[in-house]
Design a protein around this ligand. Structure first.
Ligand SMILES: Cc1cc2nc3c(=O)[nH]c(=O)nc-3n(C[C@H](O)[C@H](O)[C@H](O)COP(=O)(O)OP(=O)(O)OC[C@H]3O[C@@H](n4cnc5c(N)ncnc54)[C@H](O)[C@@H]3O)c2cc1C
Length: 393
């Protein structure tokens, strides 16, 4: 027996391995990853707010001794017919490793703008190393330019302002966060950022990084120049699928799975989970989507581990569909933002509860039904919506 290999030590891979063990699987389960398991949401929050990196360890649900940990290792390629991986060790040696079952949980990496120029002083944010490199630069008076006004850009802005930095967010969006949660709530959250001292340059795109040895600023498409000591690019991410190429998988955007989280295109026992998995969810129609949220990735990992245990036991007909109500949260200043469903599918937004401080609950509907809800500082009041969304089928 060759056991199971889990590629990636993010929440999805870890929960998949734990679920496989919990299902009674006795053979070796080996993690292969360049990274130790971390609590990734802390990367843009706690890890930037104090010089001491805290709360960034991922809590394990089972003893670490139940698994083999090949950390610092990277999978270079896989042959799903031969069931064999090519692995690069920390010493840059190349090994092959056979497996009976495979968990694809290699997540995403940060995208960078395809603009040349100085690289020193330019940062992205995905790993703990990224946070540790950026954190010392977030000091009183430092000019921090953040490119991108999605959740990571806004969270970094809040963390940097809390350290006394002088923060400018530059974005092609007209309203921060509008792509995810619409203009109304995006504007409320942006107002809070402005009160805290963040400057926004919206409807704008960066065309040049200025400086020679280190970045000293950016130039925008209208010719404006914005000075910077540090630039953070929060402009999205790219699925880590290169190692899967050549196996007849659908890698158009992450890895396509069926409703059981089996990778489509192979008869081998292979599941995919977490940010990388483009999966159908019957609650939100037939279209397969990737969802980049912590809780969803963990739940998907658990489900994928159970599916894999059935595939390895030859009980394919007992696999169950993964349906879920996506949920995410974001912390910015004292604002706790919580969402259920997929608000970005909404064509109509109704603010149904609101107070003078801007705290509110917003409902999102498409042409026929509720598709999502977002609360600002009213998080305990929206559990009811989760049940509503869960009964969409
Ligand atoms: C800065 C930041 C803040 C966030 N904050 C929130 C939040 O507040 N709320 C929320 O709901 N969600 C948040 N998220 C999203 C959430 O963290 C992700 O959805 C979740 O971490 C995805 O887990 P994953 O296991 O799929 O992938 P990842 O955590 O990305 O793990 C993938 C793993 O695979 C490894 N890997 C990649 N390629 C290879 C290879 N070839 N060989 C071996 N290993 C490989 C990587 O090193 C990594 O360890 C945040 C994300 C980021 C980046």
């Amino acid at each position: 027996m060759n056991g199971v290999v889990v590629v990636g030590t993010g929440i999805a891979g870890v929960r998949a391995a734990e679920a496989l063990r919990a299902s009674g699987y006795q053979e070796e389960i080996a993690f292969i990853s360049p990274e130790t398991p971390i609590y990734r949401p802390a990367v843009s929050k706690e890890a930037l707010q104090t010089p001491v990196v805290g709360r960034a360890t991922m809590p394990l649900k089972r003893s670490a001794d139940e698994f083999t940990w090949l950390l610092g290792h990277q999978v270079e390629s896989v042959d799903l017919v031969a069931k064999s991986l090519v692995v690069r060790t920390p010493e840059a040696e190349i090994h092959t490793r056979a497996f009976d079952g495979l968990v694809i949980a290699s997540g995403l990496r940060s995208r960078q703008l395809p603009i040349s120029g100085p690289t020193r002083g330019r940062f992205t944010l995905r790993t703990l190393d990224d946070a540790q490199e950026l954190e010392p630069h977030l000091k009183a008076g430092a000019k921090i330019v953040i490119i991108g006004s999605g959740f990571i850009g806004c969270e970094v802005a809040a963390s940097a302002v809390a350290r006394g930095a002088d923060v400018t967010v530059i974005s092609p969006e007209i309203t921060p966060l509008a792509t995810s949660i619409g203009v109304e709530l995006g504007e409320r959250i942006a107002s809070k950022h402005r009160i805290e001292g963040v400057a926004f340059v919206l409807n704008a795109s960066v065309i040049e990084f200025l400086g020679t040895a280190s970045v000293t600023g950016v130039r925008l498409s209208d010719g404006t120049q914005v000075n910077a000591d540090v630039v953070v690019e929060a402009v999205g991410s790219i699925p880590n699928t290169e190692w899967l190429v050549g196996n007849n998988l659908d890698l158009a955007d992450g890895v396509l799975t069926d409703q059981f989280l089996r990778a489509v295109g192979t008869t081998a026992s292979v599941v995919a989970c977490g940010d990388i998995a483009r999966h159908p969810n019957a609650l939100f129609g037939p279209l397969a989507r990737r969802i980049e949220h912590w809780t969803v990735s963990g739940d998907m990992g658990t489900h994928a581990g159970r599916t894999l245990s059935r595939l390895l036991a030859g009980s394919d007909n007992e696999c169950q569909a993964f349906t879920h109500v996506p949920s995410f949260w974001s912390d910015q200043y004292e604002m706790q933002i919580q969402s259920f469903g997929i608000p970005s599918l909404g064509t109509e937004v109704s603010i149904i509860e609101s107070d003078a401080a801007g705290n509110c609950i917003a409902e999102y509907r498409d042409a026929t039904a509720l598709v999502g809800v977002v609360a600002i500082n009213r998080t305990s009041e929206i559990a009811y919506y989760r049940k509503l969304l869960n009964s969409r089928i």
